[in-house]
Design a protein around this ligand. Structure first.
Ligand SMILES: [Zn+2]
Ligand SMILES: [Zn+2]
Length: 319
């Protein structure tokens, strides 16, 4: 290792910069457990934009649930590994990865997250869960990155990556897995033209959290979210649709996709009320830039039909 004074100075500066990021996160109430006990299942929104186009003000869809020292990542939009680091989550702590559906805003960094976690000293198995063809995608990703993996195994003494990654394809609603005192269930939601899209529910003794993924208003999502403490739900602001489709190569097709497969703001509150959840968290915003629609517009739109707590999601917000 090159431990000269200039390198030490660089490291000190880097550490100082990182400390600043964490201090800022802590001032905003982030990256810290809320409530009295660390055993309380924590939820951090990692990326809250909807859609595959990279945004300036929000990261791509992803969230992490932290329970008993293990990280359960739900969706892997572009940049998920760095968002986890910014949230103060060690990539070594990733235990399960869940993909709601195979749109690139939700899976673009599925393989990258595994590869970068491994390059960050992940040595324990990770189970991944999602619709087909998750197993094939995993296999192809490992093939594509064979050069890097082999070199790092030889150069850095790392274990093989493939045996650490265990993909499981989900084809029906129900219990996905039981992991200690945590039960994870899923429901099939309506998100054409995607054939298999799932929402996930995490139940711990202290708390229940539901992540909608992408969906039009779905009775199955309402049933999954029944009496949950927290529902993270995608949301579409209808007045913005014409502007969003204006630059598209096929505006009519994009309008149809947006209206058929996502949930308008005025419907989200009704869904939360029908499911009788305590807290509704808006996320996966369309349009995705935080500057395009004011927080108050989102909040009031949801509150029109829901009397519980409404949170307008932000990247790295802990709930
Ligand atoms: Zn999406
Ligand atoms: Zn989608």
């Amino acid at each position: 290792m090159n431990d000269n004074p200039s390198r030490r100075r660089f490291l000190a500066q880097s550490a100082f910069a990182l400390a600043g990021v964490f201090a800022a996160a802590q001032r905003r109430g982030l990256a810290q457990p809320r409530g009295r006990g660390a055993e309380r299942m924590r939820l951090v929104l990692l990326g809250t934009a909807g859609g595959p186009t990279p945004k300036l003000t929000r990261a791509a869809p992803a969230q992490v649930i932290l329970h008993h020292g293990a990280a359960y990542v739900v969706d892997c939009g572009n940049g998920v590994a760095r968002q986890l680091r910014l949230a103060g989550v060690s990539l070594r702590s990733i235990r399960h990865v869940f993909i709601t559906h195979h749109h690139s805003d939700h899976n673009a960094d599925y393989g990258n997250l595994l590869l970068l976690a491994w390059a960050s000293d992940l040595t324990t198995p990770v189970d991944s869960w999602g619709p087909p063809p998750l197993a094939k995608m995993t296999r192809l990703f490992l093939d594509m990155n064979e050069t890097d993996i082999k070199v790092r195994m030889a150069d850095e003494g790392r274990p093989a990556l493939a045996p650490l990654v265990r993909p499981h394809e989900i084809s029906q609603a129900g219990v996905v897995l039981r992991d200690g005192d945590l039960t994870i269930t899923c429901a099939r939601v309506h998100h054409p033209l995607i054939e298999s899209a799932f929402a996930y529910r995490f139940d711990s003794p202290a708390r229940s959290i539901v992540i909608s993924g992408d969906t039009s208003p779905s009775p199955s999502l309402v049933a999954l979210a029944r009496n949950a403490d927290v529902l993270v739900h995608e949301v579409l602001y209808l007045p913005a649709v014409e502007k969003i489709i204006a630059g598209s190569p096929n505006p009519e097709a994009l309008r149809k996709h947006l209206l058929d497969s996502h949930t308008p703001l005025d419907q989200v509150g009704r869904i939360a009320a029908e499911a009788n959840v305590k807290t509704l968290v808006l996320s996966h915003f369309t349009p995705g830039e935080a500057t395009e629609v004011a927080d108050e517009v989102w909040r009031q739109g949801a509150q029109a039909h829901f009397k519980g707590e409404v949170i307008v999601g932000k990247d790295l917000m802990e709930i």
